[in-house]
Design a protein around this ligand. Structure first.
Ligand code: FMN
Length: 203
């Protein structure tokens, strides 16, 4: 597949949020492979307090979608802002909300609040979830799969928790849409590094 790449820097450079996904099924082995890559991530004390809830069932996706649409649908009625890049992003986000149940795979990266073992601190949940999520996204891109990092579950946390069976000592950190891309991977649009790098001291 031409969209695959083993060049890590090229993968990072072109790992855009792919909000346009084909509805084709993603082979289970590919899903297992991206989750395995997620588990290669750095994490607090190698506690590996993460779980990856893979959702493919249409009924479950529809139930989750109804919460997302109810809470976010109104956000998109404002129309174009004139900022082309923002409008493009919002159009993609809208499509993802409306087509939530058509996304072939949703992966919810869950962090268990169990680190350090003697005095669990919730901040470590997020330090567990984010590197793993980024690894997952990059691995998917390397394999020619598109993803979008989202936090859609925050719109209805109790409903998502109940639907996904997440226990009280764990938190859903990210909701990642996964599927074959409908569009080409293009370069991410970022500030020049010269604007963000500081040598030795911030100022
Ligand atoms: C923590 C986090 C939450 C995000 N939530 C959403 C979201 O809810 N919906 C969405 O469409 N994109 C979401 N994104 C994707 C960002 O909007 C996107 O990465 C950013 O605009 C840069 O675009 P690019 O990744 O295509 O370069 C999220 C990204 C991160 C890191």
């Amino acid at each position: 597949m031409s969209d695959q790449s083993n060049d890590i820097l090229e993968v990072m450079r072109t790992c855009i949020a792919m909000r346009h996904l084909r509805t084709d099924e993603v082979p289970e082995q590919m899903i297992v492979d991206v989750v395995r890559a997620a588990t290669y991530a750095s994490n607090p004390g190698n506690s590996q307090n993460w779980r990856f809830v893979v959702v493919r069932d249409r009924g479950r996706k529809e139930r989750l979608a109804s919460h997302v649409r109810k809470m976010l649908g109104a956000r998109f009625v404002a129309g174009p802002t004139g900022d082309e890049s923002r409008d493009k992003m919002m159009a993609g986000a809208r499509r993802l909300v409306e087509g939530f149940a058509d996304v072939p795979v949703w992966i919810f990266v869950v962090g268990i609040n169990a680190y350090p073992p003697q005095a669990p601190n919730e901040s470590f949940v997020w330090s567990t979830v984010y590197p793993a999520s980024q690894n997952l996204v990059l691995a998917a891109r390397a394999m020619g799969l598109g993803t979008t990092f989202t936090t859609f579950h925050h719109v209805a946390p109790d409903e998502f928790r109940a639907e996904l069976g997440v226990p009280d000592d764990a938190h859903i950190g990210t909701a990642i849409a996964l599927g074959f891309p409908e569009k080409k991977f293009t370069a991410v649009n970022r500030k020049p590094v010269s604007e963000v790098i500081r040598w030795e001291r911030y100022s």
